[in-house]
Design a protein around this ligand. Structure first.
Ligand SMILES: Nc1ncnc2c1ncn2[C@@H]1O[C@H](COP(=O)(O)OP(=O)(O)OP(=O)(O)O)[C@@H](O)[C@H]1O
Ligand SMILES: [Mg+2]
Length: 319
């Protein structure tokens, strides 16, 4: 697609473990357009993190990938570390779920935050510091100018998360990837982060690929929603369409189990049953054991992702 900035094509990912080799991502196709906010949702273990980590080749050492990840006409999976480093931070920035992996405990926060701007962009330390403070102010780190002289351990998880977001955004990336960024933040701060991302999307035409557990967040900010289950994309649709007319029984389950404001105090519905382990997946639909519409065919054959009423959906039942 001409106006897409990122195209993940037929991505398959396998893990080699002591229990053998098994597949964790199955034929993942995702494209993100310039200036688009794409949300990925799915229960724990559905492959959201593995999908976004594949983009910049941050996948675990015991994994093998097949497929293509096209960014600006280049297949990122074919690049070596040196070439990838030129893309990381410069064009694509990623802020991951686990802050402990990304901040050096022995370095003052300020030195880590200004490093990409000084190294990649040749900014002076003073200019880089000003830029970082400007972003941290927006992200509500109070007294940012002074507190960033401390070390990471002196901050809460939520504060460290915002440092990573600020570092990822400081180089004005064309594509920003966020993985569960808002989980450790207060609702008020979550909103502030998402509003800021949205502002950069509009102002700089920045594209966003955003992983979240929370459909309400995606309802508010994403243009398109991708639902993952057990390493598969099971549905994809424009956000408004998704909520109006979700097609996959799993998506319908997710929508029904999302608390609404008026649900306060009322018992929430959950999707019954358990997610199967990846090494125990059968040849059928990965959702069959939890699906109220399951028929024999669902056990024998895996439904392909097909266009139904402008949704891509992988289900034999047509609603
Ligand atoms: N290094 C590894 N070796 C083997 N399996 C792994 C490894 N890392 C992740 N996995 C498995 O890959 C699957 C997908 O994990 P992933 O972290 O992408 O899920 P997720 O959707 O991000 O979940 P969460 O919402 O909990 O963050 C899980 O079943 C996980 O156990
Ligand atoms: Mg994850």
């Amino acid at each position: 697609m001409e106006d897409s900035i990122l195209d993940i094509k037929d991505l398959n990912l396998y893990f080699k473990t002591d229990e053998g080799k098994y597949q964790a991502l199955f034929d993942i196709n995702i494209s993100v357009k310039k200036g688009e906010f794409v949300g990925i949702i799915g229960e724990s273990g559905s492959g959201k993190t593995q999908t976004v980590m594949s983009i910049l080749n941050l996948s675990p050492k015991n994994s093998i990938k097949e497929g293509e990840i096209i960014f600006n006409n280049t297949n990122l999976l074919k690049l070596d570390e040196y070439e990838l480093n030129k893309i990381r931070g410069n064009y694509i920035s990623i802020a991951l779920q686990d802050t402990s992996l990304s901040l050096n405990p022995y370095m003052r926060v300020v030195d880590q935050l200004i490093e990409p701007l000084v190294l990649h962009y040749g900014k002076t330390e003073k200019d880089a510091k000003n830029k970082i403070i400007e972003i941290l102010d927006v992200l509500r780190i109070y007294n940012a100018k002074n507190v960033i002289n401390k070390y990471p351990y002196e901050f809460s998880g939520g504060q460290r998360q915002r440092f990573l977001i600020a570092m990822a955004l400081s180089c004005s990336p064309h594509l920003f990837i966020g993985d569960e960024l808002t989980t450790s933040l207060d609702p008020e701060i979550q909103l502030c982060v998402l509003k800021y991302l949205n502002e950069l999307k509009i102002k700089n035409n920045m594209s966003i690929l955003f992983v979240s557990h929370d459909l309400r967040t995606l309802a508010k900010f994403s243009d398109r929603i991708i639902v993952m289950y057990c390493g598969h994309i099971v549905e994809e649709a424009d956000t408004a369409d998704f909520f109006k007319n979700a097609q996959h029984p799993y998506s319908i389950g997710l929508i029904n189990s999302t608390p609404k404001i008026e649900d306060k105090g009322r018992r929430l519905k959950t999707i019954p049953g358990e997610i199967p382990q990846l090494n125990k997946l059968t040849k059928g639909c990965p959702f069959y054991n939890r699906c109220q519409y399951c028929i024999d065919r669902c056990l024998a054959e895996k439904p392909a992702l097909e266009n139904v009423n402008n949704h891509l959906v992988a289900c034999f039942k047509k609603f």
